[in-house]
Design a binder for this molecule. Structure first.
Ligand code: ZN
Length: 119
């Protein structure tokens, strides 16, 4: 499997964090992860190798979320790397969103979006 067309959202993330630290953004507007996202991050995600930028929790998770017309009912769900590999074999492609989620404070942010295809 290979990833192409990566669009990084690190800049937007840094801006949000800067605005939060400057007191320009309320915590509850950026720490608003829905129940399904938090749950998916626990079951399908993996631990980030850095703490939550908002609350410092070591339980910060990174989860992959897949989209696309070609992957049928899997679209709009959280998947492991192995599952995505299965989804895109036979020439299909999927858009994969890498999202960080903090189960403690509900912080969540899109890190990058990219296209997965069979290699
Ligand atoms: Zn947190």
């Amino acid at each position: 499997m290979q990833y192409q067309n990566e669009i990084s959202h690190q800049l937007a993330r840094r801006q949000t964090l800067r605005q939060f630290r400057a007191g320009l953004v309320q915590k509850d507007t950026i720490c608003d992860a829905e129940f399904i996202l938090v749950t998916a991050s626990k079951y399908h995600g993996h631990l980030a190798d850095y703490p939550c930028p908002i609350c410092g929790s070591e339980d910060l998770r990174v989860v992959l979320w897949v989209y696309g017309d070609e992957i049928g009912r899997a679209a709009g769900s959280a998947r492991s790397e192995e599952e995505i590999e299965q989804l895109v074999k036979n020439g299909r492609q999927a858009t994969v969103h890498t999202v960080e989620v903090c189960p403690t404070c509900k912080w969540n942010h899109l890190l990058k979006a990219e296209t997965a295809t069979a290699s």
